[in-house]
Ligand binder design. Structure first.
Ligand code: PMP
Length: 362
């Protein structure tokens, strides 16, 4: 008998969800997913290969990834008990909502921002309160956020924000901590691309309701490995430790991530290069007819262009260059998000854009 009533069998809160669509098409130049496209130094790759070759696969992983936690804790000057590792930042975001959200509780977000917050909140039956950013500046409305957060279980703020690129004003985080009782997550997935001193990790020790999310997917060029981490109060970490999928961080991910953190000085020049390329690309994008480019502290730029969806399709189909279309999203009419690539990739992007935009009929 075929299964006919699966929609009725599924847990009501989970009905209607669609699989995540990264809107990927194979292209020669892929600047669509905020990945780090720079090649890693041979010495670093060699250490990763060595780590994989010497890691037995027949044994279960350490559920809490303690060697990696220690490496991350030493880097950030915190105790192991303040760090939790996850299968990408995504797993930690889900687990935060699973643990601290739920029926009768709410999450406050400042869209346009990372959409997974909302999806995970809905899956965990958590009400989502959206405090929209200013349509021109794309900056959050601080007073409205603090007001909304007074009754909230959780607030999630992205810094730098995806897709707008701005850093949160630390004063806003201060107000959220002082004037509300919510748990405040600052998602710093892209913070390595911002100026030194932008991270709020040093605040965690004195602010037990502050949690900072980081990932190895961006600056460390390990999006495929799936490793993110949270720095938070040990009591928050204990809750996450208790509810997590026990072996979600596999042995290879743990072994490679340990090496990556140890190699961070060798990876730093790549981040410096991406930051320099971001400045170059921002200037070039701004010269396109009708373009608006927002200042970015991340490894991507948000650009508004006339007929953005058509431009994006033509870049893909005629020039094999893939960027992300956000023109369908509320508040982001005619907006594309382009990842900052290598100079060669950025040149390909600009040549393609100039051909499409200046050739007309976009
Ligand atoms: N936060 C933000 C703002 C992101 O853009 C992303 C990935 N695109 C993540 C978290 C999660 O990254 P990952 O799961 O790869 O660590």
């Amino acid at each position: 008998m075929p299964l006919q009533d699966v929609a009725e069998r599924v847990r009501p809160a989970l009905a209607g969800f669609e699989p995540y669509d990264p809107a990927f098409s194979p292209c020669e130049v892929n600047l669509s997913a905020n990945e780090n496209t720079h090649p890693l130094p041979a010495t670093v790759l060699e250490r990763f290969a060595q780590a994989c070759a010497t890691t037995p696969l027949n044994r279960y992983p350490d559920p809490l990834a303690n060697e990696l936690r220690d490496e991350l804790a030493a880097w950030h000057g915190v105790a192991r008990e303040s760090v939790m590792v996850g299968n990408g930042g995504d797993e930690l975001l889900f687990n935060l909502l699973f643990s601290f959200g739920g029926p009768g509780r709410s999450l406050v977000v400042a869209p346009p921002c990372f959409e997974e917050y909302k999806n995970f909140a809905k899956m965990c039956q958590t009400q989502v309160v959206e405090v929209w950013r200013d349509e021109q500046s794309m900056l959050p409305n601080a007073d409205a956020l603090v007001d909304a957060a007074r009754d909230a279980a959780l607030v999630m703020i992205t810094s730098p924000n995806n897709p707008t690129g701005d850093l949160v004003d630390p004063e806003l985080v201060r107000q959220l901590l002082d004037q509300t009782n919510a748990l405040v997550l600052v998602d710093e997935a892209y913070v390595e691309f911002a100026r030194n001193g932008s991270s709020l990790v040093p605040w965690v020790a004195d602010n037990p309701r502050l949690m900072v999310l980081r990932t190895l997917s961006k600056a460390f060029a390990l999006a495929g490995l799936r490793c993110g981490y949270l720095v938070a109060d040990p009591q928050v970490i204990d809750v996450l430790a208790a509810i997590r999928q026990i072996y979600s961080e596999d042995v290879l991910a743990q072994a490679v991530a340990v090496q990556a953190v140890r190699c961070r000085e060798e990876l730093a020049p790549i981040v410096t290069d991406i930051v320099a390329e971001r400045g170059w690309l921002a200037q070039r994008l701004a010269q396109l007819p009708g373009a608006v480019v927002w200042p970015s502290h991340a490894n991507f730029l948000l650009v508004r262009l006339p007929n953005a969806a058509v431009v994006r399709a033509r870049l893909r189909d005629e020039h094999s260059v893939l960027v992300r279309d956000f023109s369908y999203a509320p508040g982001l009419a005619d907006c594309l998000r382009v990842t900052v690539g290598t100079r060669n990739e950025n040149d390909r992007l600009m040549a393609a854009l100039e051909a499409v935009v200046e050739g007309g009929q976009a």
